[in-house]
Design a protein around this ligand. Structure first.
Ligand SMILES: Nc1nc2c(ncn2[C@@H]2O[C@H](COP(=O)(O)OP(=O)(O)O)[C@@H](O)[C@H]2O)c(=O)[nH]1
Ligand SMILES: [Mg+2]
Length: 439
């Protein structure tokens, strides 16, 4: 299977750090070393590997994990982000009938196969592809594409007697009246040389395809960079079809090399058969490599709303006001039910049941009430006596009982937070990022 070794190596590194007893410099080093070994054996450029591992190491040790991620989860997320960045932008090729696309590349890279695979792919998407064989150099090219086109029931044009590929293309376009999605399989030569490039460029400039796709053999690994650069230098390459990713361990190196040369990989060829074509999407691809099931939840967690640190600190010290309660309520609403939030804490908190079950309605009421308070009242909730309570109730369209309810909630919260004690506070602060100075 394609990329199996890469997958094994990456998941092995992740499992290693998951099992580590402590998340420290040594564990991170170990992880990064595994990662390096894996990427290098996939033929990713050494400098890229070094940069990537340096980034991962630094971020993993210094960065505050976002959302409710643990440090171990965060290093997986950092790895994910770095790998996605390494593998390109993930552009998508959106085609329509009436357009011409031309495949270029050296001989044997898989152009003819890719032409037929793309025809099948876009036919399934409802387009009307047509195949033109414009490789007069390889005698078997005509039969090869003709046969493939019959297999997928797609119209084909070629001319075995014509030796000028531009003439074949022009005839083919005329034959198809420029209708449908015209896929042009161009000539190839044994290897990349000036003659091929000059010829291709002449044809390319005359045909003016809407998109030019470079077909590259993934088994060449990071050497894909030079080839990509050479083609980009001669014509506007929209993206790469990377073939034979099933045929070796260097596919990862080839993808990153294309990205480095400035061309996005758009498709992966994953086998000899006509259906062996995948759209390449870096995020999905890296997700699969790292084990997507886990990663999805992890990325969600990273997005979870972060606690306002100052407010959380004051709250824990018991030094907080209704302004903080207001903020916390808002944040908790975004985070989900309060009991879920408490589950994330690294220690047990005995929270009165009625606080846990604070109903949606009640939260709304509390907000109305606080909206009717003056800034001074919100800063000094303990000073709110009967007159003020009555006024706030009228202003917020609630009852004095509701206002008292909020004030009681505030008092309970304050007491609970105060009662948590130093050690727990520290743990909590670590969970919410950043240690509290002087604690
Ligand atoms: N395993 C594997 N073989 C492929 C793939 N794409 C093409 N090939 C094979 O590579 C060889 C050359 O392909 P071809 O399309 O003729 O290359 P062209 O000279 O660039 O047109 C053929 O034997 C194909 O069957 C792929 O994704 N995986
Ligand atoms: Mg060919």
């Amino acid at each position: 299977m394609a990329f199996e070794k890469l997958k094994e190596g990456l998941q092995g590194a992740i499992n290693g750090i998951r099992k580590a007893v402590v998340f420290d410099k040594k564990a991170v080093r170990e992880y990064v070393k595994e990662l390096q070994k894996t990427l290098l054996s996939a033929d990713v450029n050494v400098q890229l590997v070094l940069n990537l591992s340096k980034n991962i190491e630094e971020k993993a040790l210094l960065e505050k994990p976002p959302g409710s991620l643990s440090r171990t989860e965060n290093i997986v997320k950092i790895t994910y982000d770095e790998l996605v960045a390494l593998l390109g932008t993930g552009e998508k090729l959106s085609l329509s009938d009436g357009q011409k696309i031309m495949l270029v590349g050296v001989q044997g890279s898989g152009k003819t196969t890719a032409a037929a695979k793309l025809a099948r792919h876009y036919k399934k998407q409802g387009l009307n592809p047509k195949l033109i064989c414009a490789d007069p150099f390889r005698p078997a090219a005509y039969d090869q594409l003709k046969q493939l086109s019959e297999e997928i029931n797609v119209p084909f044009y070629g001319d075995q007697k014509q030796k000028d590929s531009l003439k074949i293309i022009n005839e083919g376009l005329k034959h198809f009246k420029n209708e449908g999605l015209l896929i042009i399989d161009s000539e190839g030569r044994h290897k990349l040389n000036e003659e091929l490039m000059a010829d291709l460029k002449r044809v390319h400039d005359a045909v003016k395809p809407d998109f030019t796709l470079l077909v590259l053999d993934a088994t060449i690994g990071q050497a894909a960079k030079e080839q990509t650069k050479a083609f980009i230098g001669a014509m506007p390459v929209k993206g790469v079809v990377l073939t034979k990713t099933d045929g070796g361990a260097k596919g990862g190196g080839a993808i990153s090399a294309c990205a480095e040369a400035g061309a996005s990989v758009l498709f992966l060829g994953t086998g000899e058969h006509i259906q062996d074509l995948e759209e390449f999407e870096p995020k999905r691809f890296v997700g699969k490599l790292l084990g997507y099931g886990d990663l999805e939840g992890l990325l969600e967690k990273a997005k979870e709303i972060e606690f306002d640190e100052d407010s959380a600190k004051r709250m824990i010290k018991g030094d907080f006001t209704l302004v903080d309660v207001y903020e916390q309520i808002e944040q908790m609403q975004k985070m989900g039910p309060f009991n879920k939030v408490l589950e994330m804490l690294p220690f047990q908190v005995n929270v009165p049941k009625d606080m846990l079950q604070m109903q949606e309605e009640k939260v709304k009421k509390f907000r109305f009430i606080m909206d009717s308070m003056t800034p001074w009242e919100k800063e000094n909730p303990m000073e709110i006596k009967k007159d003020r309570i009555d006024r706030i109730a009228v202003g917020s369209g609630t009852s004095p009982e509701d206002v008292r309810d909020l004030l009681n909630y505030y008092k309970k919260m304050k007491k609970m937070m105060k009662g948590m004690g130093g050690r727990n506070m520290q743990k909590m602060m670590r969970k919410f990022g950043g240690a509290m100075p002087g604690m």
